[in-house]
Design a binder for this molecule. Sequence first.
Ligand code: NAI
Ligand code: MG
Length: 399
Amino acid sequence: MAKRTIVALPGDGIGAIVLKQAVRVLDAAGFNAEYIYGDIGWEFWRKEGNPLPQRTLDLIAKHKTALFGAITSKPNEEAKAELDPSLQGKGFTYSSPIVGLRQYFDLDICIRPCRSYTGNPLNFVRRGPGGVIEEPFIDVVIFRQNTECLYSGVEWTNPPAEVYKAFLTHPKFRQNFGNVPVEELSISARIFTRKATERILLAAFEYAEKYGYKSVTVCEKPNVVRETSGLMWKLAKDIQKSRFPSIKLLNTNIDAQMMWLTKNPEDYGVIVAGNMFGDIASDGFAGLIGGLGFACSAQFSSDGIAVFEPTHGSAPKYAGYEIPIVNPIAMIESCCMMLDYLEEKKIADSVHNAIAEVIREGKVKTYDMMKMQGRPEVIQEGAASTIQMTDAIISKLRK
Ligand code: NAI
Ligand code: MG
């Protein structure tokens, strides 16, 4: 196996904690890689006025594959107050380095798998016929368009005259909002492009085909949001008909999907959605498999950049503990996604199976798996630390 170069972006808070443990697992599993550490996050905002320095972007552009922990974001005014005094009042404005990364590299495809682990005490259960407790096995992979939709940042409060004038040309705007004073209007644009919509749909269908999922579900709202959701639904029908006739195409509305979430989550496989509905659906499904300690993700561009990261944030309140308590599994599973992508299937399976075995055995559980509130005392009360959980996973690796 050739030696790989991976850009490691610890970020801050628990991001740095879980990334360090994930690298231990990768080393122990025999993944032959050199890690080049990149600067990202709060520290670099404070010291340099930029949480995502150009040198970090250059590193990722050069080496293509990155593992990312998590970063802290704060509202602009708070962020400015924490800037180094030498930088204050010099016009620096804070913007999220995660959004920055996505935009800079056009990481438009986001994949978030949500699979139950047998024996996870956090698995979703429901009451079945005769009052029996059922624990449906969930195996859902969410494809979220990652760069467009309501998160594109095209929005105004008190829109400029030319924008307002353009809106007035729409009969529905005239009829429903024509009398609202312009300074009382806030507008966020939901933008879908044909190219990006096709890319996320194709990625979803190709994944379904490769991994044997029988259906792809478009989770949007085309009956109401006719143009953007409608575009995705129309393109999905075209793509399914012309290229993937053996895969069933299903359509759920995001609101109904949230209701079906607890009624029949086992009926879904690959789900594809725009940015916002994909964000909502992936958090919803992640809740069924144990929540943020288990939710992993990957982001891809069309030109070979890939960033793997847990869905959770930097949880700063848990970052300063002498013995770290947070669950490293979301980060380690994100590494499995990276290993799969790099076609290191044997190592990926070995790490994934080791995690599954630790959970099935049920001897080593982090505080979240014991339904405890996060506090330093959870360790004395029987919860495994981040490091003990990592050690347990390493001990189950089969080489
Ligand atoms: P968060 O995901 O950091 O934490 C929320 C709660 O989830 C925590 O208080 C904890 O109870 C639980 N949790 C998170 N990760 C866990 C883990 N590995 N094991 C066990 N429990 C875990 O979200 P929050 O508190 O809303 O945001 C904290 C900071 O993180 C903010 O500055 C926010 O902007 C940032 N953030 C960064 C993200 C990223 O880097 N990708 C994503 C989301 C938030
Ligand atoms: Mg989210």
